[in-house]
Design a protein around this ligand. Sequence first.
Ligand code: NDP
Length: 251
Amino acid sequence: MENQVVIITGGARGIGFGIGTCFARKGAAVVIADVNAEAAQEAAARLDAEGGVRCIGIGCDITNRGHVESMVNEVVARYGRIDVLVNNAGICPFIDVMEMAPDVFVRTIEVNLTAAFHCTQVAARPMIERGQGGRVIFITSLAENVTGPAQVDYGASKGGLRMLMTGFATRLGPHGITCNAIAPGMILTDMTRWHWEQPGPAEEIKRRVPVGRIGTPEDIGHAAVFLASKEAAYINGVSLRVDGGHQAVCV
Ligand code: NDP
């Protein structure tokens, strides 16, 4: 992992930052591509302090194709290569589907699904040209399989993201570029803190998750480092649930 160049979308905080921390501790050069440029640069400085090598933060709205192209060009110009892309950035508006304005639905699909198409297509080109393989990791969710009334847009985007990963796995596999997903369970981040820090839901975690705790961003980071490793070279086109056994429970 040492000196590997790893792009993480939405890596300024939450799960993306946890993934960045795990790669930085292995000596990677982590590129934080986040819509908030200042937060991305601050996060990159913190990753250098964790052991990262020449980490940088780039302001990039991944729904904007031009932003994605400039970000990838900047990374290639600076480091000469891309080893790993982590499609992590995502949103979850959490609005009942019968009350949801159409533009909210469209935006969720744009950020969680269409933007991952842009990032993967654009970042895979220099990986193919270099001819040394690579890794693309998609952060989906348990909502790639199951959903609820206030997560209809989210579930549709994450189910689609799993199939986007599967399709890219077939296209990029012959170039030695593997594509896999990580489906996190309940992870404590700013996206979910409002819910899980209330007394009732916090107790619910202990009841619903066999390992008895909410997940951390680094739980997801460790799985990402494994999928990016040489040892994972024959794993392609799978979605790995990292949820403390949450979805294994049937009652
Ligand atoms: P957070 O909201 O904590 O962090 C998301 C990051 O993505 C923020 O830094 C945000 O920037 C950035 N971002 C949002 N939109 C864009 C965009 N268009 N372009 C670039 N960056 C963007 O979320 P989490 O860390 O909780 O979630 C990360 C991923 O994990 C998401 O895909 C989510 O669906 C998935 N996930 C999360 C779970 C959880 O329990 N937390 C469970 C399952 C999956 P800003 O804040 O400035 O908008």
